[in-house]
Design a protein around this ligand. Structure first.
Ligand code: AMP
Ligand code: ZN
Length: 471
């Protein structure tokens, strides 16, 4: 049974899906005005482990939605600055996100909606209409607001006392003239030149909070959904407001479990552009590290603890991961006969410790430790000549099985198989080198060879032409 910390109750609780065996979960996705940074990806990697735990360890079916916030102040400003239509501007960041998520071995959720998809816009209008019907809204200067005073349960998730809800404790930055500073915008009047949609005669665009409420309920069905997740900064106001809207519109509980991932820091500082420490996945790769090592690092600490990213931490992660992969290679060479009860016992211990760790609110650090204990005792058994081929195969399949939840070893192996640059690019450069040689431009031919070598590809000239291999 999975025990999961629920921000709503501030307690660990046993998790089971509400309906049958299917878990319906929603995570707030990236605001697509820039490439996602490694802090964003800490949240998405940890939520990927939640998904994989539910799927592979608990045997549930998963229906997961991770949205793209493709309309808000930042996306609109970015598109205007770049001089391209909003949708075109956000598409490039969505593509970059998907590519980085693949590099980090994040499983594709069942649904990845964009807020500006017409069906989602319609769901937002419908929700705003329902809120109007229930008396939760008012309009001012062309914008529609949610009136917090109409919902007595407001503030329950964030545990706000009335004090901190006082006027003046401004919550959203993007509103001008509300009845009460606590109220938040549902539909925001567009300024001239900004993209606009219609909502019952109001020309504007959705507020950020309504996007998630509407997409979650449209794609996951009836409230309550099982799990709603995101980074810890989203508890307030974003998730509090999502609850207000969804519960105000449906009169039902919105989500049963709220899961929040703590922040990633870089060299003990908050990531920020001014400090120049906002790293992306390509930045990490450009420093010579593999995405699998980043995934490992992101899982090396519990998701509810702050994690400090350092370059030496990356080196340690590389080394630790290499130890596991080298051990798996070593096991392939083991030839002995028979079976060792000691190895079987070590395998059973690892499996038990791993399962207990993950079921205990996704303790990935303890899960990794269980794998390392098995690597250690396995290496000792091979050293002592006490491991047979059958034992080796049991140990190998156990590590592979546990890794389905963590996804680090499989990712490293996939990286090892993948060429460091696209094959057609390698082939094009081989052709260029051949042409250079034919015109006796040996300097150019050497330059091409060296440039490929720098990027991890070695060329070998043979009687049947030039072949390439990974360095
Ligand atoms: P955003 O694009 O700002 O809406 O953020 C996308 C997701 O990344 C949200 O769930 C945020 O809470 C999360 N997030 C943002 N910064 C960090 C960070 N430094 N560490 C972990 N998660 C973060
Ligand atoms: Zn959201």
């Amino acid at each position: 049974m999975l025990r999961l910390y629920n921000t709503l109750t501030r307690q660990e609780e046993t998790f089971e899906p509400l309906h049958g065996n299917t878990v319906r979960m929603y995570a707030c996705g990236l605001t697509v005005y820039a490439r996602g940074h490694i802090g964003n990806f800490r949240t998405f990697v940890c939520l990927d482990v939640l998904r994989r735990t539910l799927k592979y360890l608990c045997g549930h079916e998963i229906r997961e939605v991770i949205n793209y916030t493709d309309v808000d102040d930042k996306t609109i400003a970015g598109a205007q600055k770049a001089g391209v239509p909003l949708r075109e501007y956000t598409t490039q960041w969505i593509d970059a996100f998907r590519s980085d998520a693949d590099l980090l071995g994040i499983e594709q959720p069942e649904e990845s909606p964009r807020a500006t998809d017409e069906l989602n816009m319609q769901a937002m209008r419908d929700m705003i209409l329902a809120l109007e019907r229930h008396g939760h809204t008012y309009d001012r200067d062309g914008s529609i607001y949610f009136k917090i005073g109409t919902l007595p349960t407001y503030g329950r998730l964030a545990r706000l006392d009335q004090q901190s809800l006082h006027a003046g404790a401004s919550v959203d930055v993007d509103e001008y003239s509300k009845d009460d500073a606590r109220d938040f915008v549902l539909w925001k009047a567009s300024k001239p030149g900004e993209p606009a949609w219609d909502c019952g005669g109001f020309s504007g665009r959705p507020g950020w909070h309504i996007e998630c409420s509407a997409m979650a309920l449209r794609l996951l069905g009836e409230a309550p959904i099982d799990i709603h997740a995101g980074g810890i900064d989203l508890i307030f106001p974003h998730h509090e407001n999502e609850i207000a809207q969804s519960e105000g519109a449906t009169k039902k509980q919105f989500a049963r479990f709220w899961v929040h991932v703590e922040h990633l820091f870089v060299e003990n500082e908050k990531m920020s552009k001014s400090l120049g420490n906002v790293y992306t996945v390509p930045d990490i790769v450009a420093k010579g590290f593999r995405p699998s090592a980043l995934r490992y690092l992101l899982l090396s600490s519990h998701y509810r603890k702050q994690l400090n990213f350092t370059w030496s931490g990356m080196e340690q992660a590389e080394e630790s991961l290499r130890r596991v992969v080298d051990f798996l290679v070593r096991l392939e060479g083991v030839k002995g006969e028979g079976r060792s009860p000691d190895v079987e016992a070590a395998v059973a211990r690892a499996r038990e410790a791993f399962t207990a760790a993950l079921q205990s609110d996704l303790n990935t650090a303890a899960g990794l430790a269980a794998i390392f204990d098995l690597v250690k005792s396995g290496n000792a058994a091979v050293d002592a000549g006490k491991m047979s081929a059958a034992d080796a195969s049991l140990v190998r399949s156990t590590i592979e099985d546990l890794d389905r939840v963590l996804g680090v070893v499989s990712l490293r192996r996939a990286e090892d198989e993948r060429p460091p640059i696209p094959v057609d690019e390698i082939e094009r450069m081989i052709e260029e080198r051949k042409a250079a040689k034919q015109r006796r431009d040996f300097a150019e031919a050497d330059r091409i060879r060296a440039s490929l070598a720098d990027r991890g590809v070695l060329l070998e000239d043979g009687p049947s032409g030039t072949r390439w291999k990974k360095k």
